[in-house]
Design a protein around this ligand. Structure first.
Ligand code: SF4
Ligand code: SF4
Length: 510
């Protein structure tokens, strides 16, 4: 039996209404070709990808259109064949609401692939696999969008990795894209786990899944029946069990300290969709050009779609029947950690795992915020065991040093404290604000230090130049006075010689 029941429960967390069944009654639907493709050049953590195409170029499906700029970056590929219409700033799905550089492609309707080929990954070393993955454009598809090749490397060099964890918890309410992938691509997931297991050289692979995903649990249990080193571990449905450190504790009982990574403890973790993406790239040569997105909430036909990256979100919302109750409010991600979209005129990106059309209770007039009554419910709910009420007070009164002392930066912004607060205090907003203030202050300080250093360097340079100029002048003066002396001596010599000549000439005359 491969299903292990023993888990290590973490402190805090909440049991929120999951609302997952809204989008799991229909299978994943292929969205097909959109009217246009808008590809942001930054869909990942790290540097903007470097452009490889120009306006007017014809591109094929899977063709590289921007390459990773350095190691912390990710490549971008054309999701279909067509013509590059523009390269300019367009609105992207980001809380700032600011535009960023995008490549717009007009699909030609042929959906013609560039030549792709599988990798004989068993025959090449990890360094080469990583180089290939850097060109694949694959990032963490759970929403973090961290370049995958970087994770594959950690810990492997020292042969210290022992466990691969597959994060199948999907703990945020509403989101079901991983659940549906596990149901519909069970075998591909297991093949992907075996592949990553072998590449990392780990001893065991553990799938951590919440107990509310019964269909996927049954399918996975059957699929790993004959696997010796792949285990399924069912964890209770408590938010935020899918947070990496919480899941590691639930599955292994290991607490990863804040300054360390899971790979320092022999553990590497990947999301379900990321494992399948790695498998499809190494086995078939398919780069990252599509993803599953949960389109749910207040819509006529909520479901999961397989969507080409760059597809305009509005076209998918329309395909899902549009909003039942019009409020034009949409959230990207889950209701706990997601953010309100500035508009639905944005493209689908690698980080877009879920779009929630807000239900009326999500947008109704905000309940009045009351004073903190020191009930400590927030502290009980905090999975990181912080003191949210103290953090709130220090953030609100701008005692930022104190907030840092109380480990503000350990806060994972899970929202459990805000969720349970009887005074309706939007606690996480205060923490986000305080964090951004501190980061801004640090950046300003850094800029000031750089400016001061530059100024000090400039003064030193000017002084050095002044001194060099003075030395050059002194040398020049000395050289010219020496030249004058030589000239004088020469003139004197010449005068004496002339006088002698005259005397000699006079004697002869006498
Ligand atoms: S839950 Fe709200 S009211 Fe209670 S202590 Fe925390 S911040 Fe204060
Ligand atoms: S948002 Fe931060 S302070 Fe609040 S419960 Fe989560 S980790 Fe704790």
């Amino acid at each position: 039996m491969k299903v292990f029941e023993k888990i290590f429960k973490f402190n805090g967390g909440i049991q929120a209404k999951t609302k997952k069944n809204i989008s799991t009654t229909s299978p994943i639907k292929q969205f097909g070709l959109p009217s246009k493709i808008i590809l942001p050049l930054r869909q990942h953590i790290g540097k903007l990808a470097k452009l490889k195409v120009s306006v007017g170029d014809h591109v094929l499906k899977g063709q590289l259109i921007a390459e990773a700029d350095g190691n912390v970056s990710a490549a971008i590929h054309a999701p279909t064949s067509g013509k590059v219409l523009s390269i300019e700033k367009q609105l992207i799905p980001h809380p700032s609401g600011l535009p960023d550089f995008c490549v717009e492609i007009e699909p030609d309707g042929k959906d013609k692939w560039v030549q792709i080929k599988p990798t004989n990954w068993k025959k090449i070393d990890l360094e080469k696999v990583n180089k290939l993955l850097l060109s694949s454009g694959i990032v963490g598809l759970g929403g973090a969008a961290f370049p995958t090749h970087l994770k594959l490397n950690h810990g492997k060099a020292e042969n210290s990795l022992k466990t691969l964890i597959i994060n199948a918890a999907e703990c945020e309410p509403y989101i079901t894209c991983d659940d549906m992938l596990m149901r519909e691509k069970t075998n591909e997931l297991i093949l992907g786990i075996k592949l990553v297991h072998e590449i990392l050289g780990v001893e065991e692979s553990v799938i951590g899944i919440e107990d509310n995903k019964t269909v996927a649990i049954n399918l996975l249990t059957k699929a790993i029946e004959n696997e010796k080193n792949i285990f399924l571990k069912i964890v209770p449905t408590i938010y935020p069990s899918g947070d990496a450190k919480r899941l590691i504790y639930l599955l292994k009982g290991i607490k990863i300290p804040k300054s360390q990574r899971s790979s320092d403890y022999g553990i590497q973790m990947f999301n379900v969709a990321t494992i399948i993406a790695i498998y499809r790239f190494l086995e078939f040569g398919e780069p990252s050009i599509s993803r599953i997105v949960t389109i749910t909430g207040n819509l006529r036909s909520p479901r999961n779609y397989e969507v080409l990256l760059g597809t305009p979100l509005k076209e998918i919302i329309d395909a899902a029947g549009g909003q039942v109750i019009k409020n034009n409010t949409f959230i990207m991600g889950g209701p706990m950690m997601g953010f309100k979209l500035p508009s639905i005129n944005v493209p689908v990106t690698k980080a877009m795992n879920c779009i929630i059309s807000s239900e009326p209770d999500m947008v109704e007039e905000k309940k009045p915020v009351l004073p903190c009554i020191r009930c400590a419910r927030c502290a009980e709910a905090c999975p990181v065991q912080l003191q949210p009420q103290e953090l709130f007070w220090f953030s609100k009164s701008k005692q930022l040093e104190k907030a840092e002392e109380y480990n503000l930066f350990d806060c994972i912004e899970c929202g459990c404290c805000s969720y349970v607060c009887p005074s309706n205090i939007p606690l996480v907003q205060y923490y986000r604000f305080a964090k951004s203030e501190i980061i801004e202050e640090r950046q300003e300080q850094e800029q000031a230090n750089i400016a001061r250093e530059r100024n000090e360097f400039r003064i030193l340079r000017l002084e050095r130049e002044k001194q060099e100029r003075a030395e050059r002048n002194a040398l020049r003066r000395e050289q010219s006075s020496n030249e004058d002396k030589t000239k004088l001596i020469e003139e004197k010599r010449k005068a004496i010689a002339d006088a002698l000549k005259r005397i000699e000439a006079g004697g002869e005359e006498q």
